[in-house]
Design a protein around this ligand. Structure first.
Ligand SMILES: *[C@@H]1O[C@H](CO)[C@@H](O)[C@H](O)[C@H]1NC(C)=O
Ligand SMILES: *[C@@H]1O[C@H](CO)[C@@H](O)[C@H](O)[C@H]1NC(C)=O
Ligand SMILES: *[C@@H]1O[C@H](CO)[C@@H](O)[C@H](O)[C@H]1NC(C)=O
Ligand SMILES: *[C@@H]1O[C@H](CO)[C@@H](O)[C@H](O)[C@H]1NC(C)=O
Ligand SMILES: *[C@@H]1O[C@H](CO)[C@@H](O)[C@H](O)[C@H]1NC(C)=O
Length: 403
């Protein structure tokens, strides 16, 4: 109401009670118009310089209420105490949220998450002390039967040097005590409305969640049947000091390799680009960002790599070979036994767990290339271990593996 009255007031100034006789000559009409123009200009100048117009705009401001709230002068004053923002939960933009994410919960959809995870800082100097971390990413359907072994592996180690992520099927809650290193390390997947539970989606989701922590430097994918075959300090040093990522990537000329290629991927992916490899990768942050950021090639695989082609065996090996081959060691650091020639690798049960067997996984006499040299350590992890193998493993690790 107040605004209307104000407006009427202003309008009355624009409509002075001047009556014009239609009988006047055109010259006097012209005169009158120029006088009118000068008058109007005068009024406007007068209004602008008067406090009156200030009040007019103030009233207009009332209409845009949100503006008043957002541009509250108090919030932007230099008085630091007024700058305090009330943040519930841990979603605030703090250094902590970049450097050490304590709470893995978020409501991002996959597309939002992948976008956010693909950020790469341009500034080289860090405003914090960065201890490079190894992200251990567990891809599991349900429980982690080897969890007690992993607990022992991490026990007493520097918590700044590792982080744990667990991706389980929707609806499964990993229940561990609050003293476990796995406590609250399950990534949210209930919120990924657009997401699917395909293996590559799950791998990308794990990578993306781990990438949110800027201290994570190496990313290793593990399954519920994986075990470590070396102690944490050895694993950490091996991965952090490696100039290569460890992604199995090879050309398989049989129908289980090249036979799964689809010509419809041309010209983006040619048969010569096509690679195969175990999905249990280990990669450097630079490669992880590329995987999470890629949409084009992943979409091609989703469309044309259908059973009996499995994207989890081809997408990452092919993509990395095509664009970042020089960064890859082209071998896996997770041991698996395919010697039985079946469709699945061998599973090791309680009876297989002997000192000799574990020693052969740790060092079987071959030497593998590492950086520019050779090493007797070819594998840091091994699969597949039956839950029955846990007890004998726990019994023997201290003397064989040193943890
Ligand atoms: C862990 O759980 C126990 C019992 O459930 C509780 O007493 C304790 O306060 C918890 N510790 C932390 C750090 O939350
Ligand atoms: C892995 O393969 C790529 C592509 O063939 C090659 O460029 C790279 O040097 C290989 N890595 C090692 C460590 O030999
Ligand atoms: C594991 O044990 C099974 C039967 O107990 C045996 O057939 C297999 O050869 C063993 N594997 C190894 C690597 O010793
Ligand atoms: C060691 O492991 C490699 C790779 O699995 C295998 O090819 C080789 O035969 C093994 N060597 C011995 C001595 O067991
Ligand atoms: C654990 O090791 C001890 C001694 O080496 C042995 O007597 C015992 O049977 C082992 N237990 C299991 C479950 O393997």
């Amino acid at each position: 109401m107040a605004r209307n009255r104000e407006k009427e007031d202003v309008e009355s100034r624009f409509n002075p009670p001047v009556s014009i006789s239609m009988a006047d000559s055109s010259i006097s009409l012209l005169k009158l118009i120029s006088i009118l123009i000068i008058f109007v200009v005068g009024v406007v100048i007068g209004l602008v310089s008067s406090s009156h117009i200030d009040r007019y705009f103030t009233f207009q401001g009332d209409e845009f209420n949100f503006k008043n709230t957002y541009f509250d002068t108090e919030q932007f004053s230099h008085d630091g105490q007024k700058m305090v923002v009330n943040c519930d939960g841990e979603d605030c933009l703090s250094m902590e949220s970049f450097v050490r994410l304590r709470n893995l919960n978020h409501r991002l959809r996959d597309d939002e998450l992948f976008w956010r995870a693909s950020f790469v800082p341009q500034k080289e100097e860090l405003p914090f002390r960065r201890v490079p971390r190894v992200a251990f990413m567990f891809l599991t359907r349900g429980p982690l039967p080897m969890l007690p072994l992993w607990e022992r592996f991490f026990s007493g180690q520097d918590v700044e040097k590792y982080s744990i992520y667990v991706h389980a099927l929707p609806g499964f809650d990993l229940e561990v005590s609050n003293s476990s290193v796995f406590y609250r390390r399950q990534i949210p997947i209930a919120a990924c409305r657009m997401g699917s539970v395909s293996l590559v989606d799950a791998e990308k989701r794990l990578l993306a969640n781990a990438l949110l922590d800027f201290s994570n430097e190496r990313f290793v994918l593990l399954s519920e049947s994986c075990i470590p075959v070396h102690d944490f300090p050895t694993v950490y040093k091996y991965l952090i000091e490696s100039i290569h990522s460890f992604v199995d990537s090879y050309d398989d000329p049989t129908r289980y390799g090249r036979g799964r290629y689809s010509r419809r991927m041309k010209p983006d992916i040619k048969l010569a680009d096509w690679r195969k490899g175990s999905q249990w990768f280990e990669m450097h942050r630079a490669l992880a960002v590329k995987i999470v950021a890629d949409t084009k090639y992943y979409t091609l695989f989703k469309k044309y790599c259908k059973p009996s082609c499995y994207p989890d065996e081809h997408y990452i090996p092919t993509y990395i070979r095509k664009f970042h081959g020089a960064l890859n060691a082209n071998r896996s650091i997770t041991y698996v036994d395919w010697s039985q020639m079946g469709p699945h690798p061998a599973t090791f049960t309680a009876g297989n767990i002997t000192e000799g067997f574990l020693e052969s996984l740790r060092n079987n006499g071959t030497r593998c290339s590492y950086n520019s040299g050779k090493t007797s350590i070819c594998y840091l992890f091994a699969r597949k271990f039956d839950p029955s193998a846990l007890e004998p493993l726990l019994n023997i690790t201290a003397q064989v593996m040193g943890f």
